[in-house]
Design a protein around this ligand. Structure first.
Ligand code: HEC
Length: 188
């Protein structure tokens, strides 16, 4: 009798993963979407830095980053964006789930994990609906990031940032810190 009960239990347990949706295609699609999004943001940032230095590039970030973000969201029918525990643009403030993942990323980094490939995904229930959520860490590089997110930002750049982002928290970073993360929500 005992044996049968155990076997039944084992069968039930092993049946659960098979019934759940295989998330691999969603994970791969999320990675690909972020590659495209990051490529476009990075390309615009590099171009603007080359043309007019950080002062010019801040304007491009300020006027274009959110536009590029929403364009990529609509293209995929998902929500895609950037977030941070210390956001510059308050529109990028994390929700509770994002904040908890960002905190886990910090713990994983402290435990020695490479931030370049750090990601987390999960199916969560929001307002009674199942949503696939994905986040990928954004490491801080010395160049060009510290010119606008570091601890030795030029006075003219600080002045421009203060004007555009009076609540800016995204300063004082070091190379290798986690600046934030890409975040994606897809309806299941
Ligand atoms: C020319 C200045 C400049 C440089 C260089 C720069 N950023 Fe930013 N960053 C900004 C501005 C301005 C915003 C706010 C954009 C907005 O309003 O949507 C921002 C926003 C962000 C955000 C979104 C979260 C938030 O804080 O609002 C992330 C993540 C980010 N930057 C990461 C980086 C990384 C990583 C690098 C280096 C590859 C970098 N940035 C280089 C100016 C800069």
């Amino acid at each position: 009798m005992k044996k049968i009960a155990l076997l039944t239990l084992a069968a039930c347990l092993s049946a659960t993963p098979a019934m759940a949706e295989d998330l691999t295609p969603r994970v791969n699609a999320s990675r690909a979407a972020i590659k495209g999004f990051f490529g476009e943001l990075g390309g615009q940032l590099k171009g603007a830095l080359k043309k007019g230095g950080p002062l010019e590039a801040i304007k491009v970030c300020n006027t274009n980053a959110m536009g590029i973000t929403s364009a990529h969201s609509e293209k995929n029918g998902w929500q895609i964006g950037r977030t941070s525990l210390k956001p510059r643009n308050m529109a990028n403030t994390p929700d509770a789930w994002e904040a908890s993942v960002l905190e886990k990323f910090e713990a994983r980094k402290a435990a020695g994990e490479d931030t370049k490939k750090m990601e987390h995904y999960e199916v969560v229930t929001q307002n009674g609906k199942q949503v696939f959520r994905y986040m990928k860490a954004i490491p801080t590089a010395e160049k060009p990031c510290l010119a606008c997110h570091g601890s030795k930002i030029k006075p003219q750049v600080i002045e421009a940032l203060d004007k555009l982002y009076p609540q800016d928290k995204a300063r004082g970073y070091k190379a290798g810190d986690i600046r934030g993360a890409f975040t994606i929500s897809q309806p299941m």
